[in-house]
Design a protein around this ligand. Structure first.
Ligand code: BGC
Length: 764
C-alpha cells in the first residue's frame, strides 16, 4: 500500500516538474478564437510572429499560394483565377497545368454577359455559385471580378469586365462581391486601376484628369470596396502618373485606404511589382508572380528574391526601414486569412452542381442581347426570323464559332470546364425536339488552336479548303434551308478576345464580313449570331434582318443560345457598351496614338469624361467642346456617326411601353406595361441630365435601373430612388464632389437612346 502511494506521489511530482519546464500550449489563444473580435485576433497573432514569419506571409510561396504561419497553426492562402470559373491547377512555380484529373469546373458566362443582364440578382447568384466552386477546389481568394472600364473596343480583355458605364459596373459588382464573400471566399477586385488596354500593359503610363478618374474609372472599384466590402484588391500592371499601380502611393494609400477606408489586402498582379522601396511604403501587402531571376524557369527558392522577401528583410536588418509598414502589411494579410482560410463558416462547396448549371444558364439567358429583329417579307406575311417559327423544317448553321470550344484560351481566365455545350449542339438538340433538321457547314476557318497552359479542347479544327470553296459550300447550303444561322465573331486566340494583346482591327476577322453578305444574298431568313466580348464593325448590318450578340457563355453556351433562338426564353439582355460603326468613331480613337495605344508608352486619356454614350450623346453638336481640367486642355470633337447600337439597347420578342412616370418627393415611380403577346423582362433605365452646369458635363448619365418581369398585358410600377450622389460631379480643384443647384431632367426609358419619359427635378 505504501509502495503504491509512493509511486503516485512520484508520478505527481514528475508531472508538476514537467509542467514547470515544458512550455504549456494555450488552450484557446485569442487569434484562434473565431468569436473574438477580428482586430483582437489580428493583433494577437501579429504579436506572436517573428521577423521571418512576417516576411514570409507577405509574398508568394508558389505561383498561386502564400504561406501562413505553420508554427501558429495559421493556414496560408490559395488564390485562383477567376473570374468566370476556377482555373485548373498549375505546377508549383510554373504556369503549366499540373495535369490533375480532378481540377475541372463549371464555366460561367463571361462578365460582359453578366453586365448585359442588368440584373443585380444575377450578379449575386453568380458570386454565390462561383464561390461554391472555389470552396470545393479549396481556394480562398478568387482573382476577380474585373471592373476596368470599356474604353476602346480593341482591348483584348474587355470580355472580362463589365462595360463602359460606372453606374452599371458599380451596381453589378457589389452583389457579385457579396455573393462570393458570404461563403468565406475573398474576391480580389481587379485591375486597380486604369488597366484599359493589353498592348503595353506592363509599361504604359496613364495620364488622365482627376474628374475622369473619379467619375468614370474608379466608381466600380469604390463600390466594391465601400458597399461590397471587398476583402482584397489587385494592383494593375500599368503605371499611373509615372508610378506602377501595384505600388502607387496615390491610388493605394491616399485613395483606397485613405478615402475609402479599405481594410483588406492589396495583392499585386502576377509580376506587377518592380521596386522594394515603393512596395514597402506605397500600400502593397502581398506580392505574387514576380519575375525575379530564374523564376520563370521554375528555379526553386526564387520566391526569396521577391521584392518583399529577402531584399525587404535586409533593409529592416540594416535599419533602413522600421517594421511599422511590415506590421501593417501583416495585419492586412492576417485579416484576409481570418476572413477566408480560417473562416469557420466556410462550407465544402460544390462543383458543377445542378444549381451552378442552372445559374450559368439563367445568367446567359438574361445576358444575350437581341440587337435587331426586323420582319422579313411584306404586308401581313411579314415575319421576324426570330424566334425560329414552328413552321421551319430545315436550319443551316454556318460558322466556326458554332463548334469551337471557347472556355479554353483568352489568358488567365482560361478554364478546364467539365463540359461545354457548343452552339451547334444546343441548336441541334432543340431543333430535333421540334422535328427540324440541322445542317452544319464551316463557312470560314479562323483559329484552329485549342490549347492553353497545357489544357486542350481536344478539337481538331483543321480544314484545308480555300475561303472560296468554304463560301461556295455555305451559299449553296443556304439556298436550300428555311433558316440560316451564322455563328461567328471573335474567339480567345491572341489579338481577339484575349489577355496580353489587343485586337488588330475593329472588323470581324477571317473574312466573316464577306461571308455574311453572301449568306444574306442567298437566303433572306438569316440570323447573325456573334460570340464576342467586344464591339465590331457591321458592314452587313442592313442585309441581315436578325442579329444577336451572344458573348462567351461558358459551359451552357449552346443551351442558352438555343433558349433565345427558339424562344423558350425571351431575350432581355441590354448592351453594356456602345457599338459605333467604325473604330474612328470611338472617343479614345480620336486623338491618334497619343490616346491609344500611346507614344513611347505614354497614354493620355484625351477624351476625358466622354467615354461611350457620353460621347455618342454629342452627335449633332456643332462645335467642339473645349475646356481645361487639372490644368490640361481638352478638345472634344463631336462624333461623325451615331452609334449602330446605343448603350443599354436590347430587344425582346414582346413590346413594352412606359405608361406613367411621376416624382413623389425623391421617389421616381415608373409604370411599365408589356404590350405584346409573350412574357418578358425589361430594363427600366434612369439617366440624370443637368440643364445647366458650372462645369462641362456629359449630357446625361445613367444613375439607376431595374429589371422587371411582365406577363402579356401586365403593368407594374417600379420605384427608383433619387439620391444626392446622382447629381454631383467631381471638382478637382477642391478635390471634392460638388452639386450645382438648378433643374435636372430625369430621363427614363429602356435604352440610352430611347428615353420617352422625362421628369423635372430641382436641386435647391
Ligand atoms: C492577370 C491577372 C491574373 C493573374 C494570375 C495576370 O497576368 O493580369 O488578371 O489574375 O495573372 O493568373
Amino acid at each position: 500500500m505504501q509502495r503504491v502511494s509512493t509511486l503516485i506521489l512520484a508520478v505527481l511530482l514528475f508531472a508538476c516538474t514537467a509542467m514547470a519546464v515544458i512550455p504549456q500550449k494555450e488552450t484557446n489563444p485569442v487569434y484562434l478564437n473565431p468569436n473574438a473580435p477580428l482586430e483582437e485576433r489580428v493583433e494577437d497573432a501579429l504579436s506572436r510572429m517573428n521577423l521571418d514569419e512576417k516576411i514570409a506571409i507577405i509574398h508568394a510561396q508558389s505561383k498561386f499560394s502564400s504561406p501562413g504561419v505553420a508554427r501558429l497553426g495559421i493556414p496560408g492562402l490559395w488564390c485562383t483565377d477567376g473570374p468566370h470559373g476556377i482555373r485548373a491547377e498549375v505546377k508549383w512555380d510554373e504556369w503549366d497545368q499540373a495535369g490533375w484529373t480532378n481540377d475541372s469546373c463549371f464555366a460561367f458566362p463571361t462578365l460582359t454577359c453578366l453586365a448585359a443582364t442588368w440584373n443585380p440578382e444575377m450578379a449575386l447568384l453568380y458570386g454565390q455559385s462561383i464561390s461554391e466552386e472555389a470552396l470545393y477546389r479549396n481556394k480562398n481568394v478568387l482573382l476577380g471580378p474585373g471592373v476596368n472600364i470599356y474604353r476602346t473596343p480593341l482591348n483584348g480583355r474587355n470580355f472580362e469586365y463589365m462595360g463602359e458605364d460606372p453606374c452599371l459596373s458599380a451596381t453589378m459588382v457589389v452583389p457579385y462581391v457579396q455573393g462570393v464573400q458570404d461563403n468565406g471566399v475573398a474576391v480580389c477586385v481587379k485591375h486597380f486601376a486604369l488597366n484599359n488596354q493589353e498592348d503595353g500593359r506592363h509599361v504604359v503610363n496613364v495620364t488622365l484628369s482627376d474628374r475622369a478618374l473619379y467619375e468614370i474609372y474608379l466608381p466600380a472599384f469604390e463600390a466594391a470596396v465601400k458597399q461590397g466590402k471587398a476583402w482584397s484588391i489587385m494592383g494593375a500592371y500599368n503605371r499611373i502618373w509615372g508610378q506602377y499601380a501595384c505600388h502607387n502611393h496615390r491610388l493605394l494609400v491616399d485613395i483606397l485606404r485613405g478615402e475609402w477606408g479599405f481594410d483588406g489586402a492589396v495583392i499585386s498582379d502576377w509580376g506587377g511589382v518592380s521596386n522594394t522601396d515603393e512596395a514597402i511604403h506605397n500600400g502593397l501587402d502581398l506580392e505574387f508572380g514576380s519575375w525575379t531571376d530564374g523564376l520563370t524557369e521554375g528555379r526553386s527558392n526564387s520566391y526569396d528574391a521577391y521584392y518583399l522577401a529577402e531584399p525587404y528583410k535586409e533593409k529592416i536588418k540594416k535599419g533602413e526601414v522600421s517594421t511599422k509598414e511590415l506590421d501593417d502589411k501583416v495585419r492586412n494579410v492576417l485579416r484576409l486569412i481570418f476572413r477566408t482560410s480560417m473562416n469557420p463558416n466556410r462550407g465544402f462547396g460544390a462543383l458543377n452542381s445542378i444549381e451552378h448549371i442552372l445559374a450559368g444558364r439563367m445568367i446567359a439567358d438574361e445576358g444575350i442581347v437581341l440587337l435587331k429583329n426586323d420582319p422579313v417579307g411584306k404586308g401581313k406575311q411579314a415575319q421576324a426570323v426570330l424566334p425560329i417559327s414552328k413552321e421551319v423544317k430545315t436550319i443551316l448553321v454556318v460558322g466556326e464559332n458554332a463548334i469551337k470550344q471557347m472556355t479554353v484560351g483568352g489568358g488567365s481566365s482560361s478554364l478546364k470546364a467539365q463540359y461545354e455545350i457548343s452552339p451547334l449542339a444546343g441548336i441541334t438538340r432543340r431543333a430535333n425536339e421540334n422535328h427540324m433538321s440541322v445542317t452544319y457547314v464551316r463557312g470560314y476557318v479562323g483559329d484552329i488552336g485549342g490549347e492553353y497552359n497545357g489544357v486542350s479542347t481536344g478539337q481538331d479544327l483543321r480544314d484545308e479548303r480555300s475561303a472560296a470553296e468554304l463560301t461556295a459550300e455555305a451559299v449553296a447550303a443556304a439556298k436550300q434551308a428555311d433558316v440560316v444561322l451564322f455563328i461567328g465573331g471573335l474567339n480567345k486566340a491572341d489579338h481577339q478576345d484575349a489577355e496580353g494583346c489587343d485586337r488588330l482591327q475593329y472588323g470581324l476577322p477571317y473574312g466573316q464580313d464577306e461571308l455574311i453578305s453572301s449568306l444574306a444574298a442567298a437566303n433572306k431568313n438569316l440570323a447573325v449570331v456573334i460570340l464576342s466580348g467586344n464591339a465590331y464593325a457591321m458592314p452587313w448590318l442592313a442585309q441581315t434582318p436578325a442579329l444577336i450578340h451572344a458573348w462567351f457563355n461558358g459551359s451552357e453556351t449552346g443551351n442558352a443560345l438555343a433558349d433565345i433562338l427558339f424562344g423558350s426564353v425571351n431575350p432581355s439582355g441590354h448592351l453594356p457598351f456602345t457599338i459605333f460603326p467604325t473604330l474612328e468613331d470611338y472617343p479614345s480613337h480620336q486623338y491618334g496614338a497619343a490616346a491609344y495605344p500611346g507614344i513611347n508608352n505614354e497614354v493620355e486619356y484625351k477624351e476625358d469624361l466622354f467615354v461611350g454614350y457620353r460621347y455618342a450623346d454629342l452627335y449633332g453638336t456643332k462645335k467642339p467642346i473645349k475646356y481645361t481640367s487639372d490644368g490640361r486642355e481638352y478638345t472634344i470633337n463631336p462624333p461623325k456617326h451615331k452609334p449602330l447600337f446605343a448603350f443599354g439597347h436590347g430587344l425582346s420578342y414582346t413590346t413594352f411601353r412606359i405608361t406613367k412616370a411621376a416624382l413623389d418627393g425623391r421617389n421616381v415611380k415608373v409604370t411599365i406595361e408589356n404590350t405584346g403577346k409573350v412574357a418578358g423582362k425589361q430594363v427600366v433605365q434612369l439617366y440624370v441630365a443637368p440643364r445647366k452646369s458650372n462645369a462641362v458635363r456629359p449630357k446625361k448619365e445613367l444613375k439607376a435601373f431595374a429589371k422587371v418581369e411582365l406577363k402579356p398585358g401586365e403593368s407594374k410600377e417600379i420605384s427608383l430612388q433619387l439620391t444626392d450622389e446622382m447629381f454631383r460631379y467631381f471638382d478637382a480643384e477642391q478635390h471634392a464632389w460638388v452639386t450645382d443647384k438648378g433643374t435636372y431632367d430625369i430621363c427614363i426609358g429602356t435604352s440610352s437612346d430611347d428615353l420617352p419619359a422625362q421628369l423635372e427635378y430641382i436641386v435647391k
